[in-house]
Design a protein around this ligand. Structure first.
Ligand SMILES: Cc1cc2nc3c(=O)[nH]c(=O)nc-3n(C[C@H](O)[C@H](O)[C@H](O)COP(=O)(O)OP(=O)(O)OC[C@H]3O[C@@H](n4cnc5c(N)ncnc54)[C@H](O)[C@@H]3O)c2cc1C
Length: 269
């Protein structure tokens, strides 16, 4: 058994993607239109932390930035093995793009203080950018490994992981403090027991707003005001169907017409 590690798991509450509606005018998801759940990849991140805790001992802190309703996801995280949970909620955090989200999460991690490993999901099912994990690592100034699909070994000061990038695998040793993002292949998240669910209802969720870490952050970089990107337009691309044309009548004329069409399409000269 090594000295207890401090692990931070970042998890985002997302709408049930099967049911959610989209507001095409504003370019935003109508989050009130569907039930909210923990982003599925973040369940893998939490499970990875719990497995490390079981093997070598760890204290797990779950952090989520979102509306007050995200507290339910943090309770779920406690039921699944997190030791404590922090909700970052403030109107000043709203409308954040990935950069502002990552900045805010990194400030909160700094406020937590000492940590060995930050674990994120590889991406979310609503934003789907996979940018937040690596951006948080950059803001913290720590190394990261993305797309981890196997955790091979955990030591007091480092972790050995297998990461999949495109067609290649990389075996990487990451020194702490560091950050990893995990894929769905890293493990199978377990279900919380009824006892754990009941226990989590009474658990205390720490709530931080923008003033909670004003000593560590510049408020201008929070939320919509701190977001250099905006959604210009959202649309469903029209699926191009296979086109067909039947040439009827005189064979010779039809053959000439076909040749003309093929020439115009640069298929033949
Ligand atoms: C150009 C652009 C403009 C946008 N504009 C808006 C906007 O105006 N309004 C708006 O509401 N949204 C907007 N979004 C969406 C918003 O940026 C994302 O909801 C948010 O930044 C997280 O990005 P993501 O969902 O792609 O996370 P990813 O990068 O796919 O997530 C990777 C991992 O990071 C962690 N993570 C991500 N988000 C959180 C979180 N909130 N709390 C804790 N952990 C987290 C999780 O571990 C997750 O698995 C915009 C996105 C883009 C790309």
């Amino acid at each position: 058994m090594i000295n207890q590690l401090n692990i931070i798991v970042l998890l985002k509450q997302v709408p049930d993607i099967e049911k959610v509606k989209f507001d095409f005018k504003t370019g935003r998801i109508d989050r009130s239109s569907a039930e909210a759940v923990i982003n599925p990849f973040d369940l893998n991140a939490l499970e990875a932390a719990v497995e490390i805790k079981e093997k070598v001992g760890a204290r797990i802190t779950a952090i989520s930035m979102g509306p007050k309703t995200a507290e339910a996801s943090l309770r779920d995280a406690i039921a699944r093995g997190a030791d404590n949970a922090i909700l970052l909620t403030d109107k000043r955090f709203a409308g954040a793009d990935t950069l502002a989200t990552s900045y805010t999460l990194a400030c909160a991690i700094r406020k937590v203080g000492s940590y060995d490993l930050v674990i994120c999901g590889e991406k979310t099912i609503d934003g789907d950018t996979a940018q937040v994990g690596p951006e948080v690592a950059e803001f913290l100034g720590v190394p990261h490994v993305a797309y981890v699909e196997e955790i091979r070994e955990v030591k007091r000061d480092r972790i050995l992981v297998k990461s999949k990038m495109g067609r290649n695998y990389y075996i990487i040793e990451l020194k702490f403090p560091g950050l990893i993002t995990v894929t769905k292949d890293v493990n199978t998240p377990r279900l919380p027991s009824l006892k754990d669910k009941i226990r989590s209802r009474k658990a205390e969720i720490t709530v931080w707003n923008a003033d909670s870490f004003s000593d560590l952050a510049d408020e201008r970089y929070f939320g919509a005001a701190g977001s250099p990107t905006t959604v210009a337009k959202v649309y469903v691309p029209k699926a191009e169907r296979r086109k067909g044309k039947i040439f009827r009548g005189d064979l010779e004329r039809a053959a000439k017409e076909i040749a003309t069409v093929l020439r115009e399409a640069h298929v033949i000269r």
